[in-house]
Design a protein around this ligand. Sequence first.
Ligand SMILES: Nc1ncnc2c1ncn2[C@@H]1O[C@H](COP(=O)(O)OP(=O)(O)OP(=O)(O)O)[C@@H](O)[C@H]1O
Ligand SMILES: [Mg+2]
Length: 256
Amino acid sequence: MSRPTQPTNQRLSPVREPIIRIAQVFKQYRVGRRDITALNGVSLTIDRGEWVSIVGPSGCGKSTLLNLLSGIDAPDSGTVDVAGQRLNGLSEDRLAAWRGREVGIVFQFFQLMPTLTILENIVLPMDLARNGSNRRVRALALLEHMGVAELANNLPSELSGGEQQRAAIARALANHPQLLLADEPTGNLDSHNGKIVVELLRDLWNAGTTIIMVTHDPGVATQASRVVSMRDGEIVDDIAHIEQGACIHSRSMLLG
Ligand SMILES: Nc1ncnc2c1ncn2[C@@H]1O[C@H](COP(=O)(O)OP(=O)(O)OP(=O)(O)O)[C@@H](O)[C@H]1O
Ligand SMILES: [Mg+2]
């Protein structure tokens, strides 16, 4: 079966509807007596249906940015609006409920619960969100879609890295999120399993999910519909693929 290997514009709707809008975001960390600036006045708008790669050298603020979008971390100043919610000032409880409903998160090191089976790992976020009644059936269907259903009753340690990441993507999709955030989803996989994960992301994107993905891998980054480059806590470039094989510089998108 052949699948497209180049980005296409089929998910880029002519009607732009922001799902993410962050404005003038600053974030510092105190390390000993030094303040490290992780984000230095970042503004970014991402529309529903985009697949955005975030790239840049180690330490430039990619994970910090992703953590602000999921509400795992909060900015020192600036506003963060994601999936219809202003995240600034939300209580931990309300953040957790919002995150469980609206956002799926995929990590570089999978972060499956080691003492739960793969199936239980997928059911857990549905239980936490009290979402649906046939949770095990839905979990199995998701694992089926990811090609790892036969491993449903195994523990994560009994799976390969690629299988664990596919299970982790199933977990991220448990509550039908409109937004998928992935930090180096292929960073710990060999190239074969990396390709499988990228194709699964492409399927999700084609089905309407908005995806924001941090990656070091240029070959993975350019699969997305837009590539945002960071350096020293700032966005320094922003390129949208508007049609197959063609790109435009769209720095102005940052201001829109
Ligand atoms: N919890 C923290 N405490 C202190 N400093 C932090 C913390 N998190 C991030 N930093 C610092 O903030 C800066 C940005 O870190 P971040 O993790 O966002 O970078 P990154 O672009 O994701 O890097 P990498 O590609 O290595 O994952 C770095 O200088 C980092 O050391
Ligand atoms: Mg990082």
